[in-house]
Design a binder for this molecule. Structure first.
Ligand code: UDP
Length: 493
């Protein structure tokens, strides 16, 4: 990687949004910039910093110019318990509102930091539209960091523009998403709640998209070989410059320790029970089940999953986020039974997902279709059972099932914000068992597995020197350097 003389070195500030699905890829992207010779500062709060500081310190000791700038989160002012600064730690809508207030209270302080630090560029999460103005005041580019797929961005754009769902008789009637190169069918119920019915978030989202058009360009954690059609479609439709630099997680977290501790405060021990259990299993025989960092399913749904998994006859490792502190005692009986029969292993609350996905015993995943989980599964060459729950996840499911053809849908019907999920089970045990058997044990799934492996190989090549994601990052950095030089020239003239 390059060393730069100080006057030429780019100084870039990264501002992540405090939720793992946004923060993990941005921190990895920041580390990638540093590995390409950029001087990087990540602005964050104490509890969030503690989840990735070790990786930053290790990069710094290896000679890269990267640091965190930590500012206090106003936890007590907004009435949150100490240390609750990340959306993954909240368990109610009230807490979500408080975290949002806390985030907005930091705006002035962050603006001042931008002015003091005089960076050459801001890379900020899509959820901070106000940073467009901050960058304009400083006369520097703002790069919009998008945390989902091109496919999602295209589908949601065309749905917003043409509103095909407004011409239907029922919320379950299927419609084709206009403007896309593939025939993609959805129902109104699968669209985000803020698209189906206008609410406060609809306006916020409009401001976000408007800020995208006014930004210098957009960074995508995606790659050309994965969804090149949609990359082109988006650039040509919106006229927004996009750089695909992913999958960033595969690029950065290569060692077992890095994989185990990525995005998590407590050290997840290598010699843990689950790892010994996984080591005892045959290659590609175990199914991993995860609903990401935010979703906490109701007891009735967890029970359906337990019985569906048991009825499928396949061996599994399942990470469950507790809805309340005490967890779920009836599942503890199930856990014990699975332990004794060696059929299943449950990890409570947080799993070292990267390490698990790369383990040779893993043969597939049941995923909620969060974009990072999809990329991480792809990088491990794994096919998926798709079980979207909210936001962009239903679009991502369509990409996985209908375009890439590496997924089996479980039959999830309604897009429901994770905080509003009721007490009833949305997917029945029969459908769960059926999808698992199809993925893990059928002839049909062999082709899916082959395609997933091929994409996994492509994901590794694209981030290596000479690969398309690698080249895109180099091009972006060259562009930023030439802008920096022009600014310096303008100042001297
Ligand atoms: N993750 C993890 N362990 C868990 C749950 C989630 O490491 O137990 C990580 C996962 O690897 C991914 C991120 O958290 O990087 C979740 O992002 P994603 O986009 O998949 O879903 P979200 O949580 O935003 O719904």
């Amino acid at each position: 990687m390059t060393t730069e003389s100080q006057s030429q070195q780019l100084n870039v500030i990264f501002l992540p949004y405090p939720a793992p699905g946004h923060m993990n890829p941005m921190v990895d992207t920041a580390r990638l910039f540093a590995k390409h010779g950029v001087s990087v500062t990540i602005i964050t709060t104490p509890a969030n910093a503690s989840t990735f500081q070790k990786a930053i310190d290790s990069d710094f000791s290896s000679g890269y110019c990267i640091r965190t700038h930590v500012i206090q989160f106003p936890t007590s002012q907004v009435g949150l318990p100490d240390g609750v600064e990340n959306v993954k730690d909240i368990t109610s809508r009230e807490m979500l509102d408080k975290i949002s207030v806390g985030i907005s209270m930091l705006q002035d302080q962050i603006e001042l930091l931008f002015q003091e630090m005089q960076p050459d560029c801001l890379v900020t999460d899509m959820l901070y539209p106000w940073t467009v103005e901050s960058a304009a005041k400083l006369g520097i580019p703002r790069i919009y960091f998008y945390s989902s797929s091109y496919f999602t961005r295209c589908a949601s754009h065309f749905i917003q523009q043409h509103k095909p769902h407004e011409r239907l008789f029922s919320d379950n009637q299927r419609f084709s998403v206009p403007g896309l190169p593939h025939n993609i069918e959805m129902t109104t119920l699968q669209l985000e709640e803020w698209v189906r019915t206008k609410n406060d978030f609809t306006d916020h989202l409009n401001a976000i998209y408007e800020s995208e058009s006014r930004s210098f360009g957009t960074l995508y954690n995606s790659f050309h070989e994965l969804e090149g059609d949609y990359e082109q479609l988006y650039e040509s439709t919106k006229g927004v410059k996009c750089w695909s630099v992913g999958p960033v997680s595969a690029c950065l977290n290569k060692g077992d320790e890095e994989k185990a501790n990525r995005g998590h405060r407590e050290e997840l021990l290598q010699e843990s029970e689950w790892l010994n259990w996984l080591n005892s299993k045959q290659n590609e025989s175990v199914l991993y089940i995860s609903f990401g960092s935010l979703i906490r399913l109701p007891h009735s749904q967890l029970l359906e999953i337990a019985l569906g998994l048991q009825n499928s006859g396949h061996v599994f490792i399942w990470v469950i986020r507790k809805r309340n502190r005490d967890g779920d005692s009836s599942l503890q009986d199930f856990e014990q039974k699975m332990k004794e029969s060696k059929k299943g292993c449950i990890i409570w609350n947080w799993a070292p997902q990267l390490l698990i996905l790369d383990h040779p015993a893993i043969g597939g995943i049941v995923t909620h279709c969060g974009w990072n989980s999809i990329l991480e599964s792809l990088s491990a060459g794994l096919p998926m059972v798709t079980w979207p729950v909210f936001a962009d996840q239903f679009y991502n499911e369509k990409l996985v099932v209908d375009v890439l053809k590496i997924g089996v849908p479980v039959g999830s019907k309604e897009n429901k914000f994770w905080m509003s999920i009721g007490v009833d089970a949305a997917v029945r045990r029969e459908d769960i068992a059926k999808a698992v058997i199809l993925l893990m044990g059928s002839k049909e799934s062999r082709e899916m597995r082959r395609r997933a492996r091929k994409l996994g190989e492509a994901s590794k090549k694209t981030i290596e020197e000479g690969g398309s994601s690698y080249n895109n990052l180099v091009q972006l950095l060259d562009k930023l350097k030439s802008l920096k030089m022009s600014r310096a020239l303008n100042r001297t003239n």
